[in-house]
Design a protein around this ligand. Structure first.
Ligand SMILES: *Cc1c(COP(=O)(O)O)cnc(C)c1O
Length: 452
């Protein structure tokens, strides 16, 4: 499946849906396969226990992380972001004058996650820790789960870890998180960067001693090369973003932490207080893991929506056709023309897409100019600087509150009577590592678009 094979027969794709996608028209698609958790959960291979197991693994590593990264000391090694109320953003985004029921608007500020500066801190770092733990048990560095994990920063551990190489394909941020964590533990790290990856991300990794392989192809193709290269070498551990259960579960713990933060803020989530999550989506691992976690933690009161660029709606296309990783946005003539590098993915994860068939509420697509406008809104309303991918979620509340499809969703779930008690969580996913001049350039681009 390559660019140019535009008009393939995509059985399962209805003509109107195909037209909306090809014309790159922003769209809120509601997932007809959504199921109540009672039936959805039983059919999934991964269970609540897998989520809890991941949270416990994170906890075992906290003492080590607190010593490795000074910025984690105050949080005792927990890599977590703030949940921030953004009432001014709500006012700004609803300035069109249409009546919109209030509800509470919040940001889950993963753009500022410590250590890696993006949502990939959850998945990428967790995956490194999962592998390190396995090697540590096998080599006798650790005697068991109750052992002191701080041993893993000693000379003996580094000498064991240096015998292994982690490799990964990335559009930038996953490479950053795995490069930083892998190198800190002493692993060799090779990152295969797709053509979208920004040069500052590559430079930052090279400075840390990561081997960066630059590809002129897109993310899916870079992953394929990386997967094949790793298979030829002993002691190479390829972290497969398209198929990795570890990445997925590393992300999923966000839901447990969100629950704690909502509880601490006195914000209820129940049938009368629905929770909406708006999750920027690339290959699907991060938003999929969070959705899996959120449906386990909040049940049917969590309404999870993925947000994709109109030029890269790979998860939406995969779900519409039921073909998941067997379909690419090139097949419908799209070309990944988006500045949202973290979301510039042509083919979704099958493993994630299949799970989302019952868990996900829907997908929405946004234009680049919407993302840039939102990026500026976040800056003006909340002094928050994010990268374009990370601003995609801002389109979420508006599409639920003021589009015909949004109304259909509210009716289907009998939510209209309680929308003023709803909590909308816009998940911001990357940005705190972006150099200041790059942030200025993003805002300048947004201003040019506005004036054009
Ligand atoms: C990777 C990424 C996402 C999406 O994660 P996937 O697992 O690829 O779906 C969203 N935002 C940013 C900034 C990212 O780097």
């Amino acid at each position: 499946m390559t660019a140019g094979t535009a008009e393939q027969d995509l059985g399962g794709l209805e003509p109107e849906a195909g037209w909306l996608l090809r014309q790159r028209i922003p769209w809120l698609w509601l997932n007809p396969g959504w199921c109540p958790m009672e039936s959805a959960g039983a059919a999934l291979k991964l269970k609540r226990d897998d989520l809890l197991d991941a949270e416990q693994r994170w906890s075992r590593f906290c003492p080590l992380l607190a010593e490795l990264f000074p910025e984690l000391r105050a949080a005792r090694g927990l890599i977590e972001s703030d949940l921030v109320p953004v009432p001014r953003l709500a006012t700004r985004l609803t300035r069109t004058g249409r009546h919109i029921p209030a509800g509470r608007w919040m940001l889950k500020a993963d753009h500022a996650l410590p250590v890696a500066g993006s949502i990939k801190a959850r998945g990428g770092i967790y995956t490194c820790l999962h592998f390190a733990e396995k090697v540590a048990f096998e080599s006798g560095l650790l005697g068991g789960w109750g052992d002191d994990y701080r041993k893993l920063k000693g000379r003996e551990a580094r000498s064991v870890f240096s015998g292994y190489t982690l490799s990964v394909g990335s559009t930038g941020n996953l490479g950053l998180s795995i490069g930083i964590m892998g190198k800190t533990l002493g692993f060799g790290v090779t990152v295969h960067m797709s053509k979208e990856a920004k040069s500052w991300k590559k430079e930052r990794l090279r400075r840390r001693g990561v081997r960066v392989v630059e590809h002129t192809s897109d993310y899916t193709a870079a992953c394929k090369v990386a997967r094949a290269a790793a298979a030829r070498q002993a002691h190479h551990h390829f972290i497969d973003d398209e198929n990795s259960v570890e990445l997925f579960l590393g992300y999923s713990v966000a839901a447990l932490r969100l629950k704690r933060q909502l509880d601490e803020s006195g914000i209820a989530v129940d049938a009368g207080h629905p929770l909406f999550l708006y999750l920027p989506c690339g290959v699907g691992g991060a938003p999929g893991g969070i959705t899996f976690g959120a449906r386990h933690v909040f049940g049917d009161d969590a309404h999870c929506f993925f947000v994709e660029p109109v030029s890269a709606p790979c998860m939406l296309l995969g779900m519409l056709t039921g073909r998941h990783s067997d379909v690419s946005v090139y097949d419908i003539g799209l070309k990944l023309e988006t500045e949202a590098d973290g979301l510039a993915v042509s083919t979704p994860s099958r493993f994630v897409g299949r799970m989302m068939e019952s868990l996900l509420s829907g997908c929405l697509t946004v234009t680049d100019s919407d993302m840039f406008a939102c990026l500026t809104d976040l800056y003006d309303a909340a002094s928050i600087e994010v990268e374009p991918s990370s601003a995609a979620g801002c389109a979420g509340p508006g599409s639920i509150l003021s589009t015909p499809a949004g109304r259909a969703y509210r009716e289907r779930h009998a939510l209209d009577a309680c929308m003023h008690h709803a909590t909308h969580v816009i998940w911001t996913t990357g940005g705190s590592f972006v150099p200041p001049e790059q942030h200025q350039a993003f805002r300048a681009q947004a201003a040019r678009q506005r004036d054009a």
